[in-house]
Design a protein around this ligand. Structure first.
Ligand code: SF4
Length: 581
């Protein structure tokens, strides 16, 4: 079964901002920490926040009843009087998480009310955003959720119509038409948020192009329900699901292709779990070979064999770029070392993995003994192979193996940790991405230069920069996809420090800068002509960035494996180049 993920699926800007504020508060704000009402309409996120000690307040506390603590106002916003009451309650800090787009609607309503006009809000009267908006109308507001309700409104003068930000476009225009028929001229503000417009447009398109649509989101989420309604209007089967248990597997298996979309309050890890489950549902129309191929590649990617074989390919390319004779032992060391480090660090870093890659987390727990056993065997094999190469290579790899294993374990004493805010090497902001690049560069570039002697300084420098930059781009690209899980566990990755858009831009420039450097070195004769050929894997990673940014491929282990295939490509072009010499 073909599965297509909507580009707009998942957290919108306002929800992401509110989550960042709440998770930031969990790490540094004064406790106890509350949200005023559930932060978003998603049970998985709410239980996660509870696990972090953030509880939802059901009612406004009495004035002066609290002594400190923090309260977060959710993205939906609140009436102004509620915000004042939260301040009077005695919280040390009131964090306003109201989405800037909702703030804009509140401002439109306040201005209209000040000018003595009547405001009609098109939305669900009980929805917290609408309750908040009504509070800003100062008694001059009315809520309408269906066109028929316009007839029940009192006689109004100078009507201003606004929409709940997640309202259906169709319903809003129907209500506006009914208002114009009854009251004549109406000042219309289409306040349906751009994110909602895009989401609804995309789901219509996807419903037309696929045999069915899976809409993922909390059952209490209005915007999720509306997405399902919009998709259903196209006439294709729609599956509104909160978790993977809700999937109707037998009906889905009859479909050749399904589109997956999600409400604005659905976290990425829930979407990823859904994609994983859908990938197990074999469509009755799907051929056995394709299914087998997909499952086999998934196994290779999850077991880290794709990336380890990629390291072997990079080792060969790097040796040739440095003007060295290809050495099978050094290629074997690269394979064993990268396999061991990737496997063992995953076990030491399970927490974020549960959110970022549920598929991988499940695989790790299922094959725990096999993976740890082969990881330890590979690390030992790397050290033994290096011992055969000489004392210096042995010392280099032994030091790097220890550093690699220490990366995720607490090394700073507790009393120092409080002062510097770091317990493990991985707590250093951005360290994961950089250290992965450095580890690869040492194993595939520095180790051969040390073991076999330096042949070409410019070739070695180029090989080092090539490996470091390519691995850095790979890891930072995965960090962009993992940003929600990393935020939850308080990891300081590059996308968290710079923001997703800035990181994507940085990676884009880094990729093309690397292509330019390879071309320049090859053209100037500072490196063998292989440098021209190595532009291919760099361009391959650039293409993956583009495909991901446009959501033409789905996040998950298989697509991460596809990124790693570019390391295979580096090895393959190196072999071809060697054969042609
Ligand atoms: S749907 Fe739009 S208005 Fe509502 S929280 Fe998200 S970004 Fe803000």
């Amino acid at each position: 079964m073909k599965v297509r993920l909507a580009r707009t699926a998942g957290f919108c800007m306002g929800v992401r901002r509110a989550m960042e504020l709440a998770l930031g508060a969990a790490h540094e704000a004064e406790r106890p920490i509350f949200t005023y009402g559930p932060l978003i309409h998603n049970p998985q996120v709410l239980s996660l926040l509870e696990g972090k000690g953030i509880k939802a307040l059901k009612e406004l506390p009495e004035p002066g009843s609290l002594k400190g603590g923090t309260v977060i106002i959710r993205a939906h916003g609140v009436p102004p009087q509620d915000k004042a009451r939260l301040r009077e309650a005695g919280f040390a800090k009131v964090v306003d998480g109201t989405c800037p787009r909702v703030v804009r609607v509140q401002a439109i309503i306040r201005r209209a009310a000040r000018e003595g006009r009547q405001v009609v809000i098109v939305g669900d009267a009980a929805h917290p955003e609408v309750v908040g908006l009504l509070g800003h109308a100062g008694g001059q507001g009315h809520v309408v959720s269906r066109p028929e309700q316009v007839a029940e409104l009192p006689e109004l003068q100078q009507v201003v119509a606004v929409a709940q930000t997640t309202q259906s476009e169709k319903l809003f225009s129907q209500v506006v038409r009914a208002l114009e028929e009854r009251f004549g001229r109406v000042e219309v503000h289409d306040t349906i948020c751009e994110a909602t417009h895009r989401r609804q447009d995309e789901v219509k398109r996807l419903a037309r192009d696929n045999d069915g649509v899976v809409v993922v989101g909390g059952k209490a989420s209005g915007n999720t329900k509306r997405l399902a309604e919009v998709a259903a209007e196209i006439g294709k089967p729609v599956f509104l699901v909160e978790s993977e248990e809700d999937l109707d597997r037998s009906r889905l298996a009859k479909l050749g292709s399904v589109a997956v979309t999600a409400g604005a309050s659905t976290p990425n890890w829930v979407i990823k779990r859904m994609l994983r489950e859908l990938s197990f549902i074999r469509s009755l129309r799907e051929g056995g070979f394709r299914f087998w191929l997909r499952r086999s590649f998934r196994f290779l990617a999850l077991s880290q064999l794709v990336v380890a074989l990629g390291a072997a390919g990079m080792a060969l390319a790097s040796q040739l770029l440095q003007g060295l004779r290809p050495d099978g032992d050094l290629v074997g060391v690269a394979f064993c070392y990268i396999y061991a480090m990737h496997i063992l660090n995953q076990f030491l870093d399970k927490e974020a993995g549960q959110y970022n890659d549920p598929d991988r987390a499940h695989f790790l727990s299922k094959h725990r003994v096999f993976l740890i056993g082969t990881g330890v065997a590979a690390a030992s094999a790397a050290v033994v192979l290096c011992a055969l190469l000489g004392a210096v290579p042995f010392a280099l790899v032994a030091t790097m193996s220890v550093l690699g294993l220490l990366y995720s374990v607490p090394v700073v004493p507790r009393r120092l940790e409080k002062k510097i805010g770091i317990q493990r090497l991985k707590d250093i902001p951005g360290s994961k991405t950089l250290s992965a690049g450095l580890a690869w560069a040492f194993i595939v570039v520095v180790l051969p230069a040390v073991a076999m002697g330096l042949q070409s300084l410019s070739g070695t420098v180029l090989a080092f920069v090539f490996t470091l930059a390519l691995v850095f781009v790979r890891c930072a690209l995965f960090d962009v996809l993992d940003v929600q899980g990393d935020l939850i566990v308080g990891k300081e990755t590059i996308p968290i420090m710079l923001g997703e858009a800035q990181t994507r831009r940085l990676l884009w420039w880094l990729t093309w800068g690397l292509c330019g450097l390879l071309a320049l070195c090859a053209w100037a004769g500072a490196a063998p002509s292989l440098a021209w050929w190595l532009i291919l894997p760099v361009a391959g990673i650039a293409a993956m960035q583009l495909l991901w940014a446009r959501s033409w491929i789905m996040p998950g282990s298989v697509s991460e494996g596809l990124v790693d295939l570019n390391f295979w490509l580096a090895g393959l072009v190196a072999l071809l180049w060697l054969a042609m010499q």
